[in-house]
Design a binder for this molecule. Structure first.
Ligand code: GLN
Length: 503
């Protein structure tokens, strides 16, 4: 049974959507009993009953679109539902709609969507970030209290930071990927975008855990801190600070540059250096965490400077394999006429994939070609292991009992070097090269398989700035405790037209 959405809520959604275009598809009806809203309790995901949520359009929900932001799949309706969504539905939450994304999750702005452009609720001339930009914008605008996204190299945390909401990338395997259309399987997770840390915790509690349909999924190990029974009184923690300075110095030594459109050379070091407002936001976070009683210590991870090349080598290699299934035979749009099977595949992919997707498939095929794996792919895997080991030395590891004495309970890092950027005319855009180089701060959590929680710390020029805390594998509870205590002292801001519909 279903009933129409209450008029005030529907009008609110329509008004926001006309400006931000976060949704690819939005339902007109709610399940019976969803309204009026009852204040949810806060325990074990039970507090989700009656709440609408949004789902990135690369995560399957039966009967809904599963476009992945691509022309190729624009007309596809999903015949099944992802495990994470099923668990939320079992907890009483319901899907309001599917949100926009960079095609197959490839990008940092959501402008790589072949379907539509999503705008940032704080300033509609700017991007919402990506690739889960639609989900982040929908939460920031108050259309939904939480949304699902996917994070392969930062795609939950970066748009969360651009839109001023909470963004959790869980430990690798903590949430089932069944029903997530694969981009780079060894790096990615379904992640959570939420209006508050407490909400993020409820959602995570509801959707985590081993799923027989995803062999890489697992329950938290017995030694992991419990998600509830948290200590928000602020028992002091040791927080490692990975400063942008240390990383920038290391980057400057890497001769990775590219000719920009203006004829000047863009370098990775320039692209990864924090703009002043983001640096200030990072400093605010440090001051406040210290004031909350935590001990901050400077840490370094020298191999981090190779994180972006390693990430793009591995991500594109996996993408070239994962996207091979889109051949026009099994899914999506196919040409009206083809001479033979190869011609069918060629024409499907030529017309169906956008330029960024084609670029990445080509790059992935290049790094994997016969005789060259050692030069690119295997070298990237070695860097990945090095980065992972460095984090384990700092944090300890939930997986290996030989674990060294951990020095830090969490590591504080920037999320992205800039606030939400514009689209060219305003001059404040970012080149595709700079967008990739700027993934440095987010992609290491994916390379190392660690959980990371992004949260807003300040506003500058009317735009949110976020930071992130990384933890050892399956230490989501520690990160959520730290950020929830932070939020109690420094509540998160909302855009001017925001209205709170959710208890
Ligand atoms: N910006 C990164 C990329 O383009 C991250 C994408 C993601 O996490 N899905 O690959």
């Amino acid at each position: 049974m279903a009933s129409t959405l209450p008029e005030t809520y529907r009008a609110y959604c329509t008004q926001w959507e006309a400006q931000i275009h976060a949704f690819i598809e939005m339902k007109e009806t709610a399940p019976d009993g969803a309204f009026p809203l009852v204040p949810p309790g806060d325990l074990q995901g039970k507090g989700l009953a009656g709440l609408p949520f949004a789902v990135k359009d690369n995560i399957a929900v039966q009967g809904f679109s599963l476009s992945c932001g691509s022309k190729l799949l624009e007309a596809l309706r999903s015949p099944y539902t992802a495990t994470a969504v099923q668990k939320l539905e079992a907890a009483g939450a319901w899907v309001l709609g599917k949100t926009n994304l960079d095609e197959f999750g490839m990008g940092s702005s959501t402008d790589n969507s072949a379907i539509q452009q999503t705008n940032n609720p704080w300033d509609t001339s700017r991007v919402a970030g990506g690739s889960s930009g639609g989900s982040a914008a929908a939460v920031a605008a108050g259309i939904v209290p939480f949304a699902l996204g996917s994070d392969t190299g930062g795609s939950v945390r970066q748009p969360a930071s651009f839109c001023g909401v909470v963004g959790l990338k869980p430990s690798y395997g903590a949430i089932s990927r069944y029903g997530l259309v694969a981009y780079a399987s060894s790096l990615e997770s379904i992640g959570i975008l939420a209006d508050t840390t407490a909400r993020c915790r409820s959602v995570f509690a509801a959707i985590r855990g081993k799923d027989p349909l995803d062999q890489t999924s697992q329950d938290a190990p017995p030694g992991a801190a419990p998600l509830y029974g948290q200590d928000l009184s602020g028992s002091p923690k040791v927080i490692g600070v990975l400063s942008a300075d240390a990383i920038a110095k290391a980057l400057a030594a890497v001769a990775a540059g590219i000719e920009g459109s203006s004829g000047t050379k863009e370098t990775a070091a320039q692209a990864a250096s924090l703009e002043q407002d983001v640096q200030q936001g990072f400093d605010v976070a440090k001051t406040r965490l210290t004031a909350l009683g935590h001990r901050l210590v400077e840490v370094e991870i020298p191999s981090l400077k190779y994180g972006v090349p390693a990430y793009y080598t591995i991500a594109t290699a996996e993408a070239s394999a994962n996207l091979a299934r889109f051949d026009g035979v099994r899914y999506g749009r196919r040409p009206l006429q083809a001479e033979n099977p190869e011609d069918l595949i060629d024409k499907t992919r030529e017309a169906g994939f956008g330029p960024e997707v084609k670029l990445r498939i080509l790059l992935g095929t290049f790094v994997l070609r016969s005789g060259f794996q050692n030069r690119y792919y295997l070298r990237a895997q070695r860097i990945r292991m090095g980065i992972r080991r460095s984090f384990e030395e700092l944090l300890g590891s939930a997986e290996y009992s030989r674990s060294e004495t951990p020095r830090c309970d969490a590591i504080l890092m920037p999320v992205f070097p800039t606030r939400a950027f514009g689209r060219g005319d305003a001059g404040e855009t970012l080149s595709p090269f700079a967008q990739k180089a700027a993934d440095l701060y987010t992609c290491c959590a994916n390379l190392a398989g660690l959980p990371a929680l992004a949260f807003p710390v300040s506003l500058a020029g009317g735009l949110p700035v976020g930071v992130q805390l990384l933890g050892r594998a399956f230490s989501e509870a520690t990160l959520l405790d730290l950020v929830e205590a932070y939020e109690q002292a420094h509540p998160f801001p909302h855009p001017a037209a925001y209205q709170a519909f959710w208890p």
